[in-house]
Every structure is written in C-alpha cells, then in structure tokens.
Design a protein around this ligand. Structure first.
Ligand code: ZN
Length: 336
C-alpha cells in the first residue's frame, strides 16, 4: 500500500545547515472526517450496490504490476517528487484492473467494486475514464480502512491486483502498510492477508492475487490455494524478470474467471480466526524511531506496549476494529 516519503532536505545538509523540522500535522485520526468512520462508509457503499448476482471487490495496488520495479519513478507522480513515467503505470494499473473485471465477468461476476490501494498518490491511480464502465471506483484519501474501505457481506469475493510481498520478504518493493511485522494469533499477514482477515469475519473469501513470485507464494501460504498470477520474478527489491503486459492481461483474465467459478462452486472459503484476535504489530523502523509517531500510536485505545520499542499488542473480537486501528496508523504517518 503505502511507502510514505519523508522528504530529505539534501541541499541543506550538503551546505552543512541543519534544516528546521517541518511543521507536523498532529490532527488525531478521530478528529478528521473520513478517517475512522468505517461503518458509515460500509453502509453508504451497500446503498450503492445491487443485492443480487456475484460481486467482486478488487483492491488495486501498483508494486506488483507487470514491469513495475521502482517506486520512486513508476509509482509516484511529479507533484510528489516522482516522474512522468507514473502516468504509464497508471495506464497499466487500469489495464490490469480491466482484465480482472473482464475475466471475473466471464466467470459469472455481475458487480465490480474497485478500491484504490496505492498510497503514494493518496489513492488516485486508476484512470477513471478508462475503467470498465460497470465498476464502482473508490478513490482518494482519507478513507476508512484504506485497503478494505466499505467492504461488506454483500461482496462475494475479494481480489488484489498489482500486489507486493510482505515486509521482509524477497520481493519487489516488499512492505506491509507502516509495519515491519503484523500478526494475528501468531500468523503473519501481508496486506492481502489483512484484507482477507477483515473480509473473512464477514464471510467473504479472498479468492485472487496478482504480483511477483514472492507475493503469490506467500499469499498461498497464508490463505491456501487461491487463484494467483505471477507477473514477474523478483531479483531484488527493485529488479525482476517480468512478463509482457499483454501476456499478463490474458493471464489475469483467465485466473479471475477461474477464481469466480471456484468460489461459486464453494471451493474458496473465508479466512477465519479464533476470537479474540490477538494482534501484534511492530512499526516500520523509521516510524518506530520517530517519537511523535510512536507515542501517538501508543495512545490509541487498546494499544499495549509490547516489549520492543515501536511494537504493540492489541486484542479485540472485531476484525473491522483492527482495520480501523491500522487505518489510524496510516493516518498518523501519511497526512495528505
Ligand atoms: Zn502500493
């Protein structure tokens, strides 16, 4: 999802001047409309949805797109310090989402919710005018439970396209929200796994994932034999042997169709954990070292320091509440 940027004032350092700390937005999550109102978002999306048919909910990230290997240029717009190449990968993201929608439709899906999952542009990457006209697109920031916004029991299957592997995995731009580790009842979850956890509580299975080889193998390890498409083989965090976009689009189409067919046959089940959920998370090191971030997150209701600096335990019987908590973490590190 997010690789938040901390601007490096290289010029000031080069001149031997200590830069002044930038003014920090310290608005807490609950004080800004749209950060924590996850139940409202869910109820509103339900009103926009048809109740019949088969609905897929597609999370659209970018690190796992065909050909994408470099966050700083390919996934970040000029206005946020990136490169014009970002537009090329917005097109690729849109093409891959459309291929998944077309495949899901061929497999029997009738309704398509697309939720932007890449934070480098504050969740505005899919080209709306080129998206399949039957899709509902959730874009922009803040939005409650960033990658599972509005997820509800009317959804029949969750998919992720352009996904990256977990923090610490040997994949392209591997990370996990703002965490170095995130476990529920001792089980490590990547970003797809966290969406599967939230959907699983609602009875919604996670059925499809596309990204590099590290992402697809670890996600099968977490969720079982869901449909996957390996679009590239990672050689480092910023290099891979990649298939061509045209070939990837065909593979996405066919696998998405299979995922819907297998779900309709009852083969793909929701991910269910025993309650209460015992979450343990460690902030990414750069955030754990940041005293303001660490103490702000430590004040969230239910957060208990867990030995190591920047690590917390959180126990609840609501997966949606876990999503809301991690959204509060995102808000703390990623102000617009
Ligand atoms: Zn991303």
């Amino acid at each position: 999802m997010v690789l938040a940027m901390i601007a490096t004032p290289a010029v000031a350092w080069a001149q031997g001047v200590t830069p002044a700390a930038p003014a920090r937005d310290t608005t807490p999550p609950g004080a800004y409309f749209g950060v924590t109102e996850y139940q409202m978002a869910r109820q509103k999306l339900e009103l926009d949805m048809r109740k019949d048919g088969f609905t897929v909910y597609i999370i659209a990230d970018m690190e796992g797109l065909a050909g994408a290997v470099r966050n700083a240029t390919e996934m970040r717009p000029v206005a946020r310090g990136g490169s014009p190449q970002h537009e090329r990968f917005r097109q690729e993201l849109t093409d891959e989402v459309n291929a998944v929608i077309a495949g899901a439709r061929a497999g029997g899906a009738t309704q398509f919710i697309v939720n932007e999952g890449h934070g480098g542009t504050l969740f505005r990457n899919v080209l709306p005018e080129l998206l399949d006209p039957e899709a509902i697109l959730i874009r922009g920031y803040p939005k409650p439970i960033v990658m599972s916004t509005g997820l509800n029991p009317m959804v029949d299957g969750i998919m992720i396209v352009g996904a990256h592997a977990n923090a610490g995995s040997p994949g392209v731009i591997a990370h996990n929200f703002a965490f170095d580790s995130f476990t529920v009842n001792g089980k490590a979850l990547n970003e797809a796994g966290i969406a599967a956890f939230i959907g699983g509580e609602m009875g919604v299975p996670f059925i499809f994932a596309a990204g590099d080889d590290a992402l697809t193998s670890e996600t099968i390890g977490m969720l079982g034999p869901i449909e996957v498409v390996t679009v590239k083989t990672a050689f480092s965090g910023s290099a891979a042997a990649t298939l061509s976009p045209a070939r990837v689009h065909r593979m996405l189409h066919d696998a998405a169709a299979n995922a819907v067919r297998r779900t309709r046959r009852g083969e793909l089940k929701p991910l269910v954990f025993e309650k209460p959920y015992r979450v343990r998370l460690c902030l990414r090191r750069q955030y754990a070292r940041d005293e303001w971030v660490r103490t702000t997150i430590g004040r969230f209701e239910g957060m208990v320091p867990d030995g190591v600096e920047g690590c917390f335990a959180y126990t609840t019987s609501s997966a949606e509440a876990v999503g809301n908590m991690l959204n509060g973490v995102e808000w703390t590190v990623l102000k617009p």
